[in-house]
Design a protein around this ligand. Structure first.
Ligand code: ZN
Length: 366
C-alpha cells in the first residue's frame, strides 16, 4: 500500500473510530447520493493497474448495495431522484447507482446482481465506444506501458522516451502521459497522439472496444428492462470544457442522436465525461440545459444536498473507488463527512499548501 493510500485508510479509520463521520452527518449527509461506477469484474492480480480505481468486484457491488440499504437509503432511479431533489425533503433518503461509458461487464456481471437485488441503475453510454469509432485511450496507455520498458512520445518533444521498466516507473510514466494528454494539449490532438501510439505499439483500438464495450444489441438488451435507465455521455467522450462551445454541443447532440436512432428513445439524463473541474464548466451546464436534459452528473465528489436542486446540471457523485473496496467506506461516504472534509482541505490547501489524504480518494475518472 502506498503512502497516500495509507493516509486515506487512516483518515477513514479516524472518521470511523472517533465517530466524527457520524457526528458530522446531520450537517453533511444531505438527502441522497448518486454513486458512480465504471467496470464491475473480478480483481486482476497485476501489479501495474493505473486504472484500478475504475473497477470494483461483483462481491463489492453486492456489499455496497447492502450497505446503502442498511443505512436506510432507498435505491431509486435517477428520474425519481431528480424529481425528489427538485421537490425538496419529505421523503426518506435515497441513492442512485450509475455506471459510466457502457462496458460489457455492466450487462454481464453488474446487471444480474442488481436485477436479483431489485436495484435500479443508470448506464451513461458514450456512443462512439459502442460504434467502435472512439478510443479507450486510458486503457491504450495502460497496455503500452505494461508491455514496454520505454515509451517514446515524440509529440511531447521527448527524444529519449519515458522509462517504464519498473512498476514505479510505469506508474510515473502513466501519470505523466495522462497529464500531458488531458491538460497540456487539446482533445483532438490527444486522440491523434493516442491513435499514433496505438499504431506504433500495435494495439488494435477496435478490438479493444469489441472486448470491453457493449455492442448495440447489448445496450438494447439493458434498455429493455424498466430497472435500467440509459443516459447520455457524449459520442466521442471528449472533455466538454476543453472544446469550443459549438464542438461541445455537437458531441453531445451526436451522442443523443445515436442513442435515439438505436434505442428509439431520447435520454433525459447526462454524465459529463471525466466530470472534474478541468472537464466541466458552467458554459457546458448551459448547453445541456438548453438541449433539454433533466439532469447532468459530474464526478465532483459529494452527496446530494437540497442546494443541488438549484442546479441539476451540476450534480455531484460518490465514486466507488476500486482501491478502497470496504463496506465501512460506503457508510462513511453516506455521512457526507469525507466530502465536507475534502472541500475544507482543498480550501486550506489553496491558502497554506496543506495536502489531504482525501484527495487520493477522488482521482480523475473517465
Ligand atoms: Zn466516461
Amino acid at each position: 500500500m502506498g503512502i497516500r493510500q495509507k493516509a486515506v485508510t487512516r483518515a477513514f479509520g479516524l472518521l470511523k473510530g472517533t465517530g466524527l463521520g457520524r457526528m458530522m452527518a446531520p450537517l453533511t449527509q444531505g438527502c441522497g447520493a448518486v454513486f458512480m461506477m465504471h467496470h464491475v469484474r473480478p480483481a486482476k492480480p497485476d501489479s501495474f493497474q493505473p486504472n484500478r480505481h475504475l473497477e470494483i468486484t461483483p462481491e463489492f457491488l453486492r456489499l455496497a448495495v447492502e450497505r446503502i440499504r442498511a443505512n436506510g437509503y432507498e435505491i431509486i432511479s435517477l428520474d425519481e431522484a431528480v424529481d425528489l431533489l427538485k421537490s425538496g425533503y419529505g421523503h426518506h433518503r435515497y441513492a442512485v447507482l450509475t455506471f459510466d461509458d457502457g462496458y460489457r461487464d455492466n450487462l454481464e456481471i453488474a446487471y444480474p446482481i442488481l436485477k436479483e437485488m431489485e436495484a435500479p441503475f443508470t448506464v451513461f453510454v458514450a456512443t462512439g465506444l459502442i460504434d467502435r469509432t472512439s478510443e479507450l485511450w486510458w486503457l491504450v496507455l495502460e497496455q503500452i506501458i505494461a508491455e514496454n520498458d520505454e515509451v517514446v512520445l515524440t509529440q511531447a518533444g521527448a527524444t529519449n522516451g519515458i522509462p517504464c521498466a519498473t512498476v514505479a516507473e510505469k506508474n510515473a510514466c502513466f501519470d505523466k502521459m495522462v497529464d500531458y494528454l488531458t491538460l497540456e494539449i487539446g482533445e483532438l490532438d490527444q486522440r491523434r497522439i493516442v491513435r499514433a501510439l496505438a499504431e506504433k505499439y500495435k494495439i488494435d483500438l477496435k478490438a479493444l472496444a469489441d472486448k470491453l464495450a457493449m455492442n448495440w444489441d447489448e445496450v438494447r438488451q439493458l434498455a429493455l428492462d424498466p430497472l435500467v435507465t440509459i443516459g447520455a455521455h457524449t459520442h466521442e467522450h471528449y472533455a466538454m470544457a476543453r472544446l469550443e462551445a459549438s464542438a461541445a454541443r455537437a458531441d453531445v447532440q451526436k451522442g443523443l442522436k445515436r442513442l435515439e436512432e438505436e434505442l428509439g428513445r431520447r435520454p433525459k439524463h447526462f454524465a459529463y465525461p471525466y466530470g472534474k473541474s478541468h472537464a466541466v464548466s458552467m458554459r457546458d451546464a448551459d448547453i445541456l440545459r438548453d438541449i433539454g436534459f433533466a439532469s447532468s452528473v459530474t464526478t465532483l465528489p459529494g452527496v446530494l444536498q437540497s442546494a443541488n436542486a438549484r442546479d441539476p446540471m451540476m450534480l455531484p457523485r460518490v465514486s466507488l473507488n476500486g482501491k478502497f473496496q470496504d463496506p465501512a467506506v460506503v457508510d462513511q461516504y453516506l455521512t457526507g463527512a469525507p466530502f465536507a472534509l475534502y472541500r475544507a482541505a482543498r480550501w486550506a490547501a489553496s491558502g497554506f499548501g496543506v495536502k489531504s489524504g482525501f484527495s487520493r480518494l477522488f482521482p480523475s475518472t473517465r
